[in-house]
Every structure is written in structure tokens, then in C-alpha cells.
Write a protein that binds this ligand. Structure first.
Ligand SMILES: Cc1cc2nc3c(=O)[nH]c(=O)nc-3n(C[C@H](O)[C@H](O)[C@H](O)COP(=O)(O)OP(=O)(O)OC[C@H]3O[C@@H](n4cnc5c(N)ncnc54)[C@H](O)[C@@H]3O)c2cc1C
Length: 471
């Protein structure tokens, strides 16, 4: 249909025929106005048909253990989305409740001509869409606005590891790693909802950010983090700061938790406040094609993480619906972990002990404290942290459950395909290979206290976390 958006990004979810009416974009994973293929697709369709355009967001009162820390970050970002859309003449509506009911109800009242949604490989989001499909009488399109190479196109099956996925991505990347066209001011204004909602009034509609927060049925005990300012503008500024100040040293510093060598952009990517494609595009351009060797190496390393590893996580969750259970582990890992199920454990900790960072290992405790305090654990520590949970719990199933629970509760970027695949890599050998056999882990890769101590200045890391705790 549209010329701006590559057809491989678009997947039609029902068989409904085209019809007259405003175009509705149901924003979910990609919470931004700029650089958003789903919104661009919806706008182009609306312009072609001379129709108005609205964005709706359905606030579910509970989402995979997200708490006020996550919801506050998200709601602040959405408030900015609303302002930016208003400037372009595009409507914005916040709905509250079950998407299956609320999205279809909104589309019915608005007499929508089509519904466009963004893409997510997670079961919960796919379940919402299935529920919408059942009751929607307008055509329904899904647009992959999160992956640079659309997930379905990149591969038609679950990839075994990065080495099988990388050549497929690299082949398609030149076609997809482009700049975005701008969203245009929209010439056909969306009617006020009150005039649309003749029957049923404003049911399901949330009328303000405070009301939205109060409607949430979430845990409110986790302290709000102060490390990250929410929103599209803040995400873009953080990206620019990273490229200018930290990118050249990324290759050298990223794996050292005592340094601040990572981009710290994962929360913006997770909430869709920053487009991965924008970030990859700007990084690729940085310093021109003939930059210094260290910059070239850093760019390559960064794009390997941002593009190959991140999109591999979407591939894993999309094609393996057991992504958050031991059923999702490869067979060799399931077998080896099972063979070592009854191995004696030197230490055993309860969820509470883990959560309160009361293990015998001060490095592990610091990693846990870092996550609780700042909303993010350093990427290198995340591997060690998850592997030790396997070592210090009774079963791999329990370890997986605890790791996902804590990661999703405290990490601002939690509940993300990257989190499920990172934890499955650490505990269940996903995207990894078999290593030498040893107790508890079997052939799953092991990480030791001694090893991590010898790799970098761990005391500097402990001191860094301690000083954050004292602030
Ligand atoms: C046990 C465990 C749990 C994890 N949980 C999460 C999570 O909940 N959310 C999350 O986004 N990432 C998770 N990761 C992956 C990775 O650790 C983080 O993406 C990274 O640390 C985020 O920090 P950054 O943005 O500063 O990363 P940078 O090093 O600056 O990388 C930039 C971006 O590349 C992507 N990326 C980097 N490393 C990986 C990786 N190993 N796998 C996939 N994508 C990657 C991310 O999108 C990241 O934001 C987890 C990894 C492990 C081992």
C-alpha cells in the first residue's frame, strides 16, 4: 500500500476489507513520535485516503510485574508523545483496561478505517492482538517498528546462535539501515472523542496522567530511580552524548563494570523512546567512514550488540514461545542441567535473600544493589549475577524464575526480549555452546568469582556501588 514503509515490515493480522474511516495507530512497544515506521505507515494510509489519524495507548493495569518505577518512566514519556502529536494535528487517547476489549471498542466508536499496531514477539502482546482480531471489523496491520531488519524477514525460524543469525542480518542491513522520513503535520483533524462517543460515553478512556497512575494495580514500594530522565527528547540527547563522549572507547571499556563504558540506552530502547534504527544509523555515521581504528572497532562492537544480539533476542522470543521457561532451552542444556539436578549446592538462598542482597558474595550483592538502586545492572555483571543464581538455588526452574522476577522488578529495561534471552543464555545455554562438564552447571558455561576478580578492578566497582548507596 504505502511507498514509505517497506512491505516486509507489514503483516496483516486479519482478513477485513478496506473501508472508510479514520486511521488508528495502537502504540505499544514503540512509544515515540519520530522514527516510528508504524506511525509513518498509519499516516501515509490516512493521507492517501484523506482521513484523520489518531494514536491510542492502552494502559493495562498490570504488565509482567512492572511496578511504579516502570510505569512512571513510561507515563512521562507518553505525556511527551501526546504533546508532540498535538503539534502535528494527530489525536492521542489513553485507554485503560484489557486491550482486547478497549481497542476494539475505541475502533468501533471511531468507525476506524484501519488499525495499525507495532510489533512485539512477547506472548502477552501477541495475546492482546489475537483478542483484538476476534472482534475488530476494520483491517488490522502490524508493522515491525522495533527491529532494523524486520523480524519475520531476518529469519523464518529460531536461530541457533549469533553466528547463524549474523550473516542473514548483515546481508539485509544495507537495505534497512537508512534514515527515516519525517512525520508530516496532519491536515485532517481527528474529532474530539466526545463527539465520537455517542453511545457508551467515555468508557475506557483515561482523562489525565494522574488518573492513569492512580488506576494502576501495581506494587508501589520499589523506589523510583533517578538515573534516567524519561522521554523521546531525553533518549535522543542521551544518544548524542554517548556518541560524542563514549563511543570511541566503547570497545575498550564496555566490559569493565568499574567504568561507565556502556551506552546506558537500554531503557530508552526498551520503552521505544529511542528507535534502534536511529541509534544504529547515527553510530554508523559517527566519525565518517575513515575514522580512527579504535573508533571503527568500537562502532563494530556496538553494532554487533545493538543489531545482531538485540535482534537475535526478538528472533528467540518470536519463534520460541517457551522463552521464559526451561522448555525454551536447547535440548543439550536441558539434558545436562537435568543430569546435575541433584548435585549438592554449597550455598542455597531464598528469593528474599537474593532480593535483599544477602549472599556470601560481595560482588553478587553489589550487582544486585546496583540494579535495585539505579534501575540497571552493568551488562557484564548481569551474566555473573544470573549464573550464580543457578549455582545457589535448588533447581534450574527455580533459578530461572528468580532471575526473571528480580530482573523484571528492578531493571528499567526489564520485561524485554533481551532480558529473557540474556537470562536463558546465562542459565540455559541459549545461543551458546556446550562447555566442559562441571557440577550443577553440567555443560552450561560457568563463571567463577576468581575469574571475575582477575578480569578487572572489582574493588573499584564495589566502591562505585557503595558510593551510590550512600548518596
Ligand atoms: C542475565 C541478563 C539479563 C539481561 N537483561 C536485560 C534486560 O532486561 N533488558 C535489556 O535490554 N537487556 C538485557 N540484557 C542484555 C544486556 O546486558 C543489556 O542490553 C545491556 O547491558 C544494556 O545496557 P546498555 O544499553 O548500556 O548496553 P550497550 O552495551 O551500550 O549496548 C547497546 C544496546 O545493545 C543491545 N545489547 C547489548 N548487549 C546485548 C545482549 N547481550 N543481548 C541483546 N542485546 C544487547 C541492547 O539493546 C543495548 O541497549 C541482559 C543480559 C543478561 C546476561
Amino acid at each position: 500500500m504505502t511507498e514509505t514503509v517497506d512491505q516486509n515490515r507489514v503483516h496483516k493480522l486479519n482478513q477485513q476489507e478496506p473501508r472508510e474511516g479514520p486511521i488508528i495507530y495502537w502504540m505499544s512497544r514503540d512509544q515515540r513520535v519520530a522514527d516510528n515506521w508504524a506511525l509513518l505507515y498509519a499516516q501515509e494510509m490516512a493521507l492517501e485516503r484523506r482521513q484523520s489519524l489518531a494514536v491510542i495507548f492502552c494502559l493495562v493495569p498490570e504488565f509482567l510485574g512492572a511496578n511504579l518505577r516502570h510505569y512512571r518512566f513510561m507515563l512521562k514519556g507518553l505525556a511527551e508523545v501526546e504533546i508532540n502529536l498535538q503539534k502535528l494535528g494527530i489525536g492521542f487517547f489513553l485507554l485503560g483496561g484489557e486491550p482486547g476489549r478497549e481497542i476494539t471498542r475505541f475502533c468501533r466508536k471511531a468507525r476506524a478505517g484501519a488499525l495499525v499496531a507495532d510489533f512485539s514477539p512477547l506472548r502477552i502482546s501477541r495475546g492482546w492482538k489475537t483478542a483484538v482480531v476476534k472482534n475488530l471489523s476494520a483491517p488490522f496491520f502490524e508493522v515491525d517498528a522495533h527491529n532494523i531488519v524486520p523480524c519475520r524477514l531476518a529469519s523464518s525460524k529460531q536461530e541457533y546462535a549469533a553466528y547463524t543469525f549474523r550473516p542473514k542480518i548483515k546481508k539485509l542491513l544495507p537495505r534497512y539501515l537508512t534514515d527515516y522520513p519525517p512525520l508530516k503535520p496532519h491536515p485532517h483533524p481527528f474529532p474530539a472523542f466526545s463527539s465520537l462517543a455517542q453511545n457508551g460515553g467515555k468508557e475506557g478512556l483515561l482523562t489525565g496522567w494522574q488518573v492513569a497512575e492512580e488506576a494502576l494495580n501495581v506494587e508501589r514500594q520499589v523506589p523510583e530511580q533517578s538515573s534516567y530522565v524519561s522521554g523521546e527528547k531525553a533518549g535522543r540527547e542521551a544518544m548524542e552524548r554517548f556518541i560524542t563522549a563514549k563511543l570511541p572507547a566503547y570497545a575498550a571499556d564496555r566490559n569493565d563494570p568499574s567504568k561507565d563504558g556502556q551506552s546506558n540506552l537500554s531503557c530508552y530502547l526498551h520503552f521505544g523512546q529511542l528507535a534502534p534504527q536511529r541509534l544504529a544509523y547515527e553510530v554508523k555515521k559517527a566519525g565518517g567512514e575513515t575514522g580512527e581504528a579504535s573508533l571503527a572497532e568500537s562502532k563494530e562492537d556496538f553494532l554487533e550488540e545493538l543489531v545482531v544480539r538485540r535482534e537475535l533476542s526478538d528472533n528467540f522470543c518470536f519463534y520460541n514461545q517457551g522463552y521464559d521457561s526451561t522448555e525454551g532451552f536447547p535440548r543439550w542444556a536441558r539434558e545436562t542441567l537435568h543430569a546435575h539436578r541433584n548435585d549438592p549446592r554449597e550455598y542455597l538462598y531464598s528469593l528474599e535473600a537474593f532480593e535483599e542482597a544477602r549472599t556470601h558474595d560481595q560482588i553478587w550483592n553489589s550487582a544486585q544493589n546496583e540494579m535495585v538502586l539505579t534501575g540497571k545492572m552493568h551488562g557484564y555483571m548481569r551474566m555473573y549475577w544470573a549464573k550464580k543464581i543457578l549455582e545457589w538455588t535448588e533447581t534450574p526452574e527455580q533459578a530461572l524464575e528468580i532471575a526473571i522476577y528480580l530482573n523484571d522488578k528492578y531493571s528499567l529495561d526489564g520485561r524485554d526480549p533481551n532480558g529473557y534471552s540474556g537470562i536463558a543464555w546465562s542459565i540455559g545455554g541459549v545461543h551458546d555452546r556446550a562447555w566442559g562438564e562441571r557440577p550443577i552447571f553440567g555443560k552450561v558455561r560457568y563463571m567463577s568469582y576468581k575469574g571475575i576478580r582477575s578480569k578487572f578492578n572489582i574493588d573499584a566497582y564495589l566502591a562505585k556501588v557503595r558510593s551510590r548507596m550512600e548518596e
